[in-house]
Design a protein around this ligand. Sequence first.
Ligand code: HEC
Length: 439
Amino acid sequence: MKRTWAILAAFGATLLLHTATASPQNSPPAPTFYHDVLPILQKHCQNCHRPGEMAMPLVTFDQATAHAKAIAESVNTRRMPPWLADANFGHFSNDPSLSPAEINTLTAWAARGAPAGDSRSAPPALHWARGWNISSPDAVLEMPRAVPLAPEGDIDYTYEIVPTHFNEDRWVQMAELRPSSREHVHHAVVYIRPPGSKWLRSAPVGTPFTTENLADERGRRDTHWTDSDILIVYAPGSSPEMWPSGMAKFIPAGSDLVIQMHYMAMGHTATDRTSIGVVFAKEAPGQRVLTLQLTNDHFVIPPRDSDYRVEARGSLPNDATLLQFFPHMHWRGKKFEYNLIHLDGRIEPLLKVRWDFEWQLSYELAKPLPLKAGTVLQAVAWYDNSGSNPHNPDPNQEVRWGEQTYDEMMVGFFDVAVAADLDKWKYFMRGNNSAAPAQ
Ligand code: HEC
Protein backbone atom coordinates (compact mmCIF):
# COMPACT_ATOMS: atom_id res chain seq x y z
CA MET A 1 0.00 0.00 0.00
CA LYS A 2 2.73 2.36 1.06
CA ARG A 3 4.62 1.64 -2.09
CA THR A 4 1.68 2.57 -4.35
CA TRP A 5 1.39 5.92 -2.69
CA ALA A 6 5.06 6.54 -3.27
CA ILE A 7 4.77 5.81 -6.95
CA LEU A 8 1.75 8.00 -7.30
CA ALA A 9 3.51 10.82 -5.59
CA ALA A 10 6.52 10.50 -7.84
CA PHE A 11 4.31 10.40 -10.89
CA GLY A 12 2.49 13.51 -9.76
CA ALA A 13 5.77 15.33 -9.38
CA THR A 14 6.94 14.48 -12.89
CA LEU A 15 3.65 15.68 -14.29
CA LEU A 16 4.07 19.00 -12.56
CA LEU A 17 7.64 19.27 -13.70
CA HIS A 18 6.64 18.42 -17.25
CA THR A 19 3.97 21.11 -17.52
CA ALA A 20 6.31 23.63 -15.93
CA THR A 21 9.10 23.08 -18.47
CA ALA A 22 7.02 22.49 -21.59
CA SER A 23 5.17 25.77 -21.62
CA PRO A 24 7.00 28.54 -19.90
CA GLN A 25 4.46 31.13 -21.09
CA ASN A 26 1.63 28.91 -19.94
CA SER A 27 0.20 28.31 -23.43
CA PRO A 28 0.37 25.14 -25.49
CA PRO A 29 2.73 24.98 -28.47
CA ALA A 30 1.35 26.44 -31.71
CA PRO A 31 -0.29 23.86 -33.97
CA THR A 32 1.68 23.31 -37.16
CA PHE A 33 0.53 22.77 -40.72
CA TYR A 34 2.02 19.31 -41.20
CA HIS A 35 1.21 17.84 -37.83
CA ASP A 36 -2.16 19.38 -36.94
CA VAL A 37 -3.75 21.29 -39.81
CA LEU A 38 -3.19 19.03 -42.83
CA PRO A 39 -5.06 16.03 -41.31
CA ILE A 40 -8.13 18.28 -40.84
CA LEU A 41 -7.92 19.67 -44.37
CA GLN A 42 -7.62 16.16 -45.77
CA LYS A 43 -10.61 14.88 -43.85
CA HIS A 44 -12.99 17.81 -44.21
CA CYS A 45 -11.92 20.08 -47.05
CA GLN A 46 -9.90 18.48 -49.85
CA ASN A 47 -12.87 16.76 -51.50
CA CYS A 48 -13.69 20.27 -52.76
CA HIS A 49 -10.39 22.11 -52.18
CA ARG A 50 -7.89 20.37 -54.45
CA PRO A 51 -6.74 20.96 -58.01
CA GLY A 52 -9.50 20.37 -60.57
CA GLU A 53 -12.32 20.62 -58.01
CA MET A 54 -14.80 23.40 -57.27
CA ALA A 55 -12.71 25.51 -54.85
CA MET A 56 -9.13 26.77 -54.48
CA PRO A 57 -6.68 24.00 -53.53
CA LEU A 58 -5.77 23.60 -49.83
CA VAL A 59 -3.28 20.77 -50.27
CA THR A 60 0.25 22.19 -49.88
CA PHE A 61 1.63 24.35 -47.09
CA ASP A 62 1.94 27.37 -49.40
CA GLN A 63 -1.69 27.08 -50.49
CA ALA A 64 -3.01 26.79 -46.96
CA THR A 65 -0.81 29.43 -45.36
CA ALA A 66 -1.82 31.99 -48.00
CA HIS A 67 -5.44 31.52 -46.87
CA ALA A 68 -4.80 30.99 -43.14
CA LYS A 69 -6.91 33.90 -41.92
CA ALA A 70 -9.79 33.11 -44.28
CA ILE A 71 -9.66 29.45 -43.21
CA ALA A 72 -9.96 30.43 -39.53
CA GLU A 73 -12.78 32.83 -40.27
CA SER A 74 -14.69 30.41 -42.49
CA VAL A 75 -14.62 27.60 -39.92
CA ASN A 76 -15.43 29.89 -36.98
CA THR A 77 -18.54 31.17 -38.70
CA ARG A 78 -19.27 27.57 -39.78
CA ARG A 79 -19.58 28.69 -43.39
CA MET A 80 -17.05 25.94 -44.19
CA PRO A 81 -17.39 23.06 -44.64
CA PRO A 82 -20.91 23.72 -45.96
CA TRP A 83 -23.62 21.93 -43.97
CA LEU A 84 -27.13 23.24 -43.41
CA ALA A 85 -28.83 20.69 -41.17
CA ASP A 86 -30.05 21.71 -37.73
CA ALA A 87 -27.82 19.65 -35.41
CA ASN A 88 -30.75 19.02 -33.04
CA PHE A 89 -32.46 16.63 -35.45
CA GLY A 90 -31.00 13.46 -36.89
CA HIS A 91 -27.46 12.17 -37.38
CA PHE A 92 -26.01 12.06 -40.85
CA SER A 93 -23.06 10.01 -42.01
CA ASN A 94 -21.96 12.65 -44.54
CA ASP A 95 -21.97 15.49 -41.98
CA PRO A 96 -18.57 17.13 -42.61
CA SER A 97 -18.81 19.56 -39.65
CA LEU A 98 -15.66 20.19 -37.63
CA SER A 99 -15.50 19.44 -33.90
CA PRO A 100 -14.85 22.41 -31.56
CA ALA A 101 -11.30 21.02 -31.05
CA GLU A 102 -10.65 21.01 -34.81
CA ILE A 103 -11.95 24.58 -35.11
CA ASN A 104 -9.63 25.61 -32.24
CA THR A 105 -6.66 24.00 -33.97
CA LEU A 106 -7.25 25.89 -37.23
CA THR A 107 -7.90 29.16 -35.37
CA ALA A 108 -4.82 28.83 -33.15
CA TRP A 109 -2.66 27.92 -36.15
CA ALA A 110 -3.75 31.04 -38.06
CA ALA A 111 -3.41 33.26 -34.97
CA ARG A 112 0.15 32.06 -34.26
CA GLY A 113 1.49 32.86 -37.72
CA ALA A 114 0.45 29.67 -39.57
CA PRO A 115 3.75 27.77 -39.04
CA ALA A 116 4.75 24.83 -41.27
CA GLY A 117 6.31 22.56 -38.64
CA ASP A 118 8.22 19.44 -39.59
CA SER A 119 7.14 17.95 -42.90
CA ARG A 120 8.11 14.51 -41.61
CA SER A 121 5.13 14.64 -39.26
CA ALA A 122 2.69 15.01 -42.17
CA PRO A 123 0.06 12.32 -42.75
CA PRO A 124 0.44 10.48 -46.08
CA ALA A 125 -1.02 12.48 -49.01
CA LEU A 126 -4.51 11.38 -49.99
CA HIS A 127 -4.86 9.57 -53.28
CA TRP A 128 -7.96 10.61 -55.17
CA ALA A 129 -9.15 8.86 -58.29
CA ARG A 130 -8.19 11.53 -60.80
CA GLY A 131 -11.20 13.67 -61.58
CA TRP A 132 -13.58 11.82 -59.23
CA ASN A 133 -14.68 11.80 -55.61
CA ILE A 134 -15.84 8.18 -55.84
CA SER A 135 -13.23 5.45 -56.21
CA SER A 136 -11.98 4.80 -59.74
CA PRO A 137 -15.16 4.26 -61.81
CA ASP A 138 -15.82 0.91 -63.52
CA ALA A 139 -17.65 2.76 -66.30
CA VAL A 140 -17.78 6.39 -67.38
CA LEU A 141 -20.82 7.39 -69.44
CA GLU A 142 -20.23 10.66 -71.22
CA MET A 143 -22.70 12.70 -73.26
CA PRO A 144 -21.90 11.71 -76.86
CA ARG A 145 -22.36 15.35 -77.95
CA ALA A 146 -21.50 18.53 -76.08
CA VAL A 147 -24.38 20.92 -75.36
CA PRO A 148 -23.91 24.45 -76.75
CA LEU A 149 -24.84 27.10 -74.16
CA ALA A 150 -26.07 30.58 -75.06
CA PRO A 151 -24.54 33.54 -73.19
CA GLU A 152 -27.86 35.06 -72.12
CA GLY A 153 -31.54 34.35 -71.52
CA ASP A 154 -33.38 31.35 -70.14
CA ILE A 155 -32.07 27.99 -71.27
CA ASP A 156 -34.83 25.39 -71.56
CA TYR A 157 -34.25 22.10 -69.78
CA THR A 158 -31.92 20.15 -72.02
CA TYR A 159 -31.96 16.36 -72.34
CA GLU A 160 -29.45 13.93 -73.71
CA ILE A 161 -29.94 10.19 -73.93
CA VAL A 162 -26.78 8.20 -73.31
CA PRO A 163 -26.84 4.46 -74.12
CA THR A 164 -25.04 2.46 -71.40
CA HIS A 165 -24.16 -0.41 -73.77
CA PHE A 166 -24.30 -2.65 -70.67
CA ASN A 167 -24.96 -6.14 -71.98
CA GLU A 168 -25.63 -7.53 -68.53
CA ASP A 169 -27.62 -6.24 -65.56
CA ARG A 170 -25.56 -3.99 -63.31
CA TRP A 171 -25.82 -3.03 -59.65
CA VAL A 172 -24.32 0.38 -58.93
CA GLN A 173 -22.72 1.05 -55.53
CA MET A 174 -21.47 4.57 -56.24
CA ALA A 175 -22.29 7.19 -58.84
CA GLU A 176 -21.00 10.68 -59.52
CA LEU A 177 -21.98 13.29 -62.08
CA ARG A 178 -19.38 15.67 -63.49
CA PRO A 179 -20.34 18.54 -65.75
CA SER A 180 -17.46 19.78 -67.91
CA SER A 181 -18.69 23.33 -67.27
CA ARG A 182 -19.78 23.25 -63.63
CA GLU A 183 -20.65 26.95 -63.36
CA HIS A 184 -23.50 26.60 -65.86
CA VAL A 185 -25.29 23.77 -64.10
CA HIS A 186 -28.11 24.57 -61.74
CA HIS A 187 -29.20 20.98 -61.44
CA ALA A 188 -29.09 17.65 -63.26
CA VAL A 189 -31.21 14.53 -62.89
CA VAL A 190 -30.11 11.24 -64.40
CA TYR A 191 -32.89 8.73 -65.10
CA ILE A 192 -32.49 5.05 -65.87
CA ARG A 193 -34.52 4.04 -68.96
CA PRO A 194 -34.79 0.25 -69.16
CA PRO A 195 -35.04 -1.35 -72.62
CA GLY A 196 -38.80 -2.04 -72.27
CA SER A 197 -39.67 1.55 -71.37
CA LYS A 198 -41.71 3.63 -73.82
CA TRP A 199 -40.53 6.88 -72.26
CA LEU A 200 -39.10 9.42 -74.73
CA ARG A 201 -38.82 6.82 -77.49
CA SER A 202 -39.36 9.41 -80.21
CA ALA A 203 -36.47 11.52 -78.92
CA PRO A 204 -33.03 11.37 -80.54
CA VAL A 205 -30.29 9.34 -78.83
CA GLY A 206 -26.84 10.81 -78.24
CA THR A 207 -27.68 14.37 -79.11
CA PRO A 208 -29.07 17.19 -76.95
CA PHE A 209 -32.74 18.20 -77.24
CA THR A 210 -35.36 20.29 -75.45
CA THR A 211 -39.14 19.83 -75.25
CA GLU A 212 -39.57 22.19 -78.19
CA ASN A 213 -37.32 20.13 -80.43
CA LEU A 214 -39.67 17.14 -80.21
CA ALA A 215 -42.18 16.97 -83.03
CA ASP A 216 -44.77 14.70 -81.41
CA GLU A 217 -47.17 15.55 -78.60
CA ARG A 218 -46.39 12.36 -76.67
CA GLY A 219 -42.64 13.08 -76.66
CA ARG A 220 -43.21 16.64 -75.48
CA ARG A 221 -45.43 15.40 -72.68
CA ASP A 222 -42.82 12.80 -71.74
CA THR A 223 -40.25 15.49 -70.94
CA HIS A 224 -42.51 16.59 -68.08
CA TRP A 225 -43.35 13.26 -66.51
CA THR A 226 -41.74 9.89 -65.94
CA ASP A 227 -41.90 6.99 -63.55
CA SER A 228 -38.34 5.92 -64.41
CA ASP A 229 -36.01 5.47 -61.47
CA ILE A 230 -33.40 8.12 -60.84
CA LEU A 231 -29.73 7.16 -60.72
CA ILE A 232 -28.47 10.45 -59.34
CA VAL A 233 -29.56 14.04 -58.67
CA TYR A 234 -26.89 16.71 -58.89
CA ALA A 235 -26.90 20.33 -57.75
CA PRO A 236 -24.20 22.82 -56.66
CA GLY A 237 -22.28 21.42 -53.70
CA SER A 238 -23.96 18.02 -53.79
CA SER A 239 -21.83 15.01 -53.05
CA PRO A 240 -21.59 11.81 -55.10
CA GLU A 241 -23.84 8.87 -54.26
CA MET A 242 -22.35 6.07 -52.21
CA TRP A 243 -25.04 3.66 -51.06
CA PRO A 244 -24.50 1.52 -47.96
CA SER A 245 -23.06 -1.94 -48.66
CA GLY A 246 -25.72 -4.50 -49.49
CA MET A 247 -27.86 -1.77 -51.11
CA ALA A 248 -27.42 -0.56 -54.69
CA LYS A 249 -29.11 1.01 -57.70
CA PHE A 250 -30.14 -1.32 -60.49
CA ILE A 251 -29.41 -0.68 -64.17
CA PRO A 252 -30.94 -3.44 -66.34
CA ALA A 253 -28.92 -4.64 -69.34
CA GLY A 254 -29.50 -2.49 -72.40
CA SER A 255 -30.69 0.57 -70.46
CA ASP A 256 -30.09 4.16 -71.47
CA LEU A 257 -29.37 7.00 -69.11
CA VAL A 258 -31.55 10.03 -69.75
CA ILE A 259 -29.82 13.14 -68.47
CA GLN A 260 -31.96 16.18 -67.73
CA MET A 261 -29.83 19.32 -67.41
CA HIS A 262 -30.94 22.67 -66.07
CA TYR A 263 -28.31 25.11 -67.34
CA MET A 264 -27.97 28.80 -66.56
CA ALA A 265 -26.56 31.37 -68.97
CA MET A 266 -23.35 32.90 -67.60
CA GLY A 267 -22.68 35.84 -69.93
CA HIS A 268 -20.43 33.98 -72.38
CA THR A 269 -20.92 31.19 -74.90
CA ALA A 270 -19.80 27.79 -73.69
CA THR A 271 -20.37 24.08 -74.08
CA ASP A 272 -20.95 21.35 -71.54
CA ARG A 273 -20.29 17.68 -71.87
CA THR A 274 -21.37 15.94 -68.69
CA SER A 275 -20.07 12.53 -67.62
CA ILE A 276 -21.37 10.03 -65.11
CA GLY A 277 -18.96 7.69 -63.35
CA VAL A 278 -20.27 4.49 -61.78
CA VAL A 279 -18.69 1.91 -59.50
CA PHE A 280 -20.38 -1.50 -59.64
CA ALA A 281 -21.31 -3.45 -56.51
CA LYS A 282 -18.90 -6.32 -55.92
CA GLU A 283 -21.79 -8.74 -55.53
CA ALA A 284 -25.56 -8.63 -56.05
CA PRO A 285 -26.96 -6.70 -53.08
CA GLY A 286 -29.80 -7.84 -50.83
CA GLN A 287 -31.70 -4.60 -51.40
CA ARG A 288 -32.43 -2.21 -54.21
CA VAL A 289 -32.29 1.56 -53.75
CA LEU A 290 -35.12 3.64 -55.22
CA THR A 291 -35.26 7.43 -55.32
CA LEU A 292 -38.77 8.71 -54.52
CA GLN A 293 -40.09 12.21 -54.07
CA LEU A 294 -42.61 14.24 -52.13
CA THR A 295 -43.71 17.03 -54.44
CA ASN A 296 -46.25 19.86 -54.27
CA ASP A 297 -46.68 21.77 -57.52
CA HIS A 298 -49.99 23.52 -56.68
CA PHE A 299 -48.82 26.39 -54.50
CA VAL A 300 -49.12 30.14 -55.06
CA ILE A 301 -46.71 32.21 -52.99
CA PRO A 302 -48.20 35.66 -52.41
CA PRO A 303 -46.09 38.75 -53.16
CA ARG A 304 -43.93 39.97 -50.25
CA ASP A 305 -44.82 37.04 -47.98
CA SER A 306 -41.70 36.30 -45.93
CA ASP A 307 -42.75 32.94 -44.50
CA TYR A 308 -44.98 30.98 -46.85
CA ARG A 309 -45.46 27.31 -45.99
CA VAL A 310 -46.01 24.51 -48.52
CA GLU A 311 -46.29 20.85 -47.63
CA ALA A 312 -46.49 17.46 -49.29
CA ARG A 313 -47.15 14.11 -47.69
CA GLY A 314 -47.46 10.52 -48.75
CA SER A 315 -47.79 7.09 -47.21
CA LEU A 316 -45.39 4.30 -48.06
CA PRO A 317 -47.19 1.59 -50.07
CA ASN A 318 -44.81 -1.09 -48.74
CA ASP A 319 -42.08 -1.52 -46.14
CA ALA A 320 -38.90 0.38 -46.95
CA THR A 321 -35.71 1.49 -45.27
CA LEU A 322 -35.17 5.22 -45.41
CA LEU A 323 -31.62 6.14 -46.42
CA GLN A 324 -31.26 9.78 -47.36
CA PHE A 325 -32.86 13.12 -48.19
CA PHE A 326 -32.27 15.70 -50.91
CA PRO A 327 -34.46 18.81 -50.72
CA HIS A 328 -34.84 21.04 -53.78
CA MET A 329 -36.20 24.60 -54.08
CA HIS A 330 -35.14 27.77 -55.92
CA TRP A 331 -34.20 31.37 -55.04
CA ARG A 332 -37.06 32.00 -52.62
CA GLY A 333 -36.46 28.86 -50.55
CA LYS A 334 -35.93 29.47 -46.83
CA LYS A 335 -36.27 26.23 -44.86
CA PHE A 336 -37.09 22.62 -45.63
CA GLU A 337 -37.93 19.74 -43.34
CA TYR A 338 -38.86 16.07 -43.45
CA ASN A 339 -41.07 14.53 -40.77
CA LEU A 340 -42.57 11.19 -39.86
CA ILE A 341 -46.23 11.37 -38.95
CA HIS A 342 -47.07 8.64 -36.47
CA LEU A 343 -50.48 6.96 -36.33
CA ASP A 344 -51.38 8.96 -33.22
CA GLY A 345 -50.67 12.20 -35.11
CA ARG A 346 -47.33 12.83 -33.39
CA ILE A 347 -44.85 14.52 -35.72
CA GLU A 348 -41.24 13.36 -35.51
CA PRO A 349 -38.74 15.62 -37.30
CA LEU A 350 -36.14 13.68 -39.29
CA LEU A 351 -34.26 16.58 -40.88
CA LYS A 352 -34.46 20.37 -40.75
CA VAL A 353 -32.34 22.45 -43.09
CA ARG A 354 -31.80 26.13 -43.59
CA TRP A 355 -32.02 26.69 -47.35
CA ASP A 356 -29.10 27.98 -49.35
CA PHE A 357 -29.48 27.93 -53.12
CA GLU A 358 -25.69 27.67 -53.53
CA TRP A 359 -25.42 24.53 -51.42
CA GLN A 360 -27.89 21.83 -52.35
CA LEU A 361 -26.70 18.95 -50.26
CA SER A 362 -27.90 15.44 -49.62
CA TYR A 363 -28.30 14.21 -46.06
CA GLU A 364 -27.50 10.53 -45.49
CA LEU A 365 -28.96 8.99 -42.34
CA ALA A 366 -26.19 7.63 -40.10
CA LYS A 367 -28.59 4.80 -39.22
CA PRO A 368 -30.91 3.74 -42.06
CA LEU A 369 -34.48 3.85 -40.72
CA PRO A 370 -36.78 0.86 -41.37
CA LEU A 371 -40.38 2.02 -41.97
CA LYS A 372 -43.57 -0.02 -42.16
CA ALA A 373 -46.03 0.12 -45.06
CA GLY A 374 -48.53 2.89 -44.33
CA THR A 375 -46.02 5.17 -42.61
CA VAL A 376 -46.70 8.78 -43.55
CA LEU A 377 -43.79 10.97 -44.56
CA GLN A 378 -44.19 14.71 -44.73
CA ALA A 379 -42.04 17.35 -46.40
CA VAL A 380 -42.54 21.01 -45.50
CA ALA A 381 -40.95 23.93 -47.32
CA TRP A 382 -40.94 27.63 -46.39
CA TYR A 383 -40.39 30.46 -48.85
CA ASP A 384 -39.31 34.06 -48.35
CA ASN A 385 -40.84 36.16 -51.12
CA SER A 386 -40.10 39.45 -49.34
CA GLY A 387 -37.63 42.16 -50.29
CA SER A 388 -35.39 41.15 -47.38
CA ASN A 389 -34.44 37.90 -49.14
CA PRO A 390 -31.29 39.00 -51.01
CA HIS A 391 -31.78 36.23 -53.62
CA ASN A 392 -35.36 37.27 -54.43
CA PRO A 393 -35.45 38.51 -58.04
CA ASP A 394 -38.84 40.26 -57.55
CA PRO A 395 -40.83 40.44 -54.29
CA ASN A 396 -43.88 41.81 -56.12
CA GLN A 397 -44.48 38.60 -58.07
CA GLU A 398 -46.95 35.90 -57.21
CA VAL A 399 -44.80 32.77 -57.51
CA ARG A 400 -45.85 29.34 -58.73
CA TRP A 401 -44.21 26.05 -59.70
CA GLY A 402 -41.99 26.40 -62.76
CA GLU A 403 -38.78 25.23 -64.28
CA GLN A 404 -36.74 28.44 -64.20
CA THR A 405 -35.06 29.64 -61.01
CA TYR A 406 -37.33 32.72 -60.80
CA ASP A 407 -40.22 30.24 -60.53
CA GLU A 408 -40.30 27.91 -57.57
CA MET A 409 -40.14 24.21 -56.88
CA MET A 410 -40.94 22.05 -53.90
CA VAL A 411 -39.37 18.62 -54.16
CA GLY A 412 -38.32 16.44 -51.28
CA PHE A 413 -36.32 13.64 -52.87
CA PHE A 414 -35.56 10.66 -50.65
CA ASP A 415 -33.86 7.31 -51.15
CA VAL A 416 -35.26 4.08 -49.78
CA ALA A 417 -34.01 0.50 -49.87
CA VAL A 418 -36.56 -2.19 -50.76
CA ALA A 419 -36.43 -5.88 -51.69
CA ALA A 420 -33.95 -6.40 -54.54
CA ASP A 421 -36.58 -7.54 -57.05
CA LEU A 422 -38.93 -4.57 -56.64
CA ASP A 423 -38.87 -1.81 -59.21
CA LYS A 424 -40.81 1.44 -58.75
CA TRP A 425 -43.98 -0.03 -60.28
CA LYS A 426 -43.98 -3.08 -58.04
CA TYR A 427 -43.09 -1.02 -55.01
CA PHE A 428 -46.16 1.17 -55.52
CA MET A 429 -48.50 -1.84 -55.64
CA ARG A 430 -49.64 -2.29 -52.08
CA GLY A 431 -48.93 -5.58 -50.38
CA ASN A 432 -45.63 -6.30 -52.10
CA ASN A 433 -43.57 -6.81 -48.98
CA SER A 434 -43.03 -10.53 -49.23
CA ALA A 435 -41.25 -10.26 -52.54
CA ALA A 436 -39.29 -13.17 -53.93
CA PRO A 437 -35.61 -13.26 -52.98
CA ALA A 438 -33.16 -11.28 -55.12
CA GLN A 439 -32.15 -12.88 -58.40
C1 HEC B 1 -18.59 20.79 -50.54
C2 HEC B 1 -17.39 21.46 -50.97
C3 HEC B 1 -16.55 22.22 -49.97
C4 HEC B 1 -16.02 21.75 -48.78
C5 HEC B 1 -16.18 20.37 -48.16
C6 HEC B 1 -15.24 22.83 -48.24
N1 HEC B 1 -15.31 23.91 -49.05
FE1 HEC B 1 -14.43 25.74 -48.73
N2 HEC B 1 -15.26 26.46 -50.44
C7 HEC B 1 -15.98 25.72 -51.35
C8 HEC B 1 -16.32 26.55 -52.49
C9 HEC B 1 -17.07 26.11 -53.73
C10 HEC B 1 -15.78 27.82 -52.22
C11 HEC B 1 -15.84 29.01 -53.15
C12 HEC B 1 -16.42 30.21 -52.56
C13 HEC B 1 -17.91 30.23 -52.55
O1 HEC B 1 -18.51 30.15 -53.63
O2 HEC B 1 -18.47 30.39 -51.45
C14 HEC B 1 -15.14 27.73 -50.92
C15 HEC B 1 -14.50 28.78 -50.30
C16 HEC B 1 -13.69 28.66 -49.20
C17 HEC B 1 -12.87 29.74 -48.64
C18 HEC B 1 -12.73 31.15 -49.18
C19 HEC B 1 -13.99 31.95 -49.10
C20 HEC B 1 -14.64 31.93 -47.76
O3 HEC B 1 -15.82 31.54 -47.73
O4 HEC B 1 -14.01 32.28 -46.77
C21 HEC B 1 -12.21 29.21 -47.56
C22 HEC B 1 -11.22 29.92 -46.68
C23 HEC B 1 -12.62 27.83 -47.45
N3 HEC B 1 -13.52 27.53 -48.45
C24 HEC B 1 -12.16 26.97 -46.49
C25 HEC B 1 -12.61 25.66 -46.31
C26 HEC B 1 -12.16 24.78 -45.27
C27 HEC B 1 -11.11 25.16 -44.22
C28 HEC B 1 -12.82 23.61 -45.40
C29 HEC B 1 -12.75 22.39 -44.55
C30 HEC B 1 -12.77 22.58 -43.13
C31 HEC B 1 -13.70 23.75 -46.57
N4 HEC B 1 -13.54 25.01 -47.09
C32 HEC B 1 -14.55 22.75 -47.03
C33 HEC B 1 -16.33 24.39 -51.22
C34 HEC B 1 -16.07 23.58 -50.13
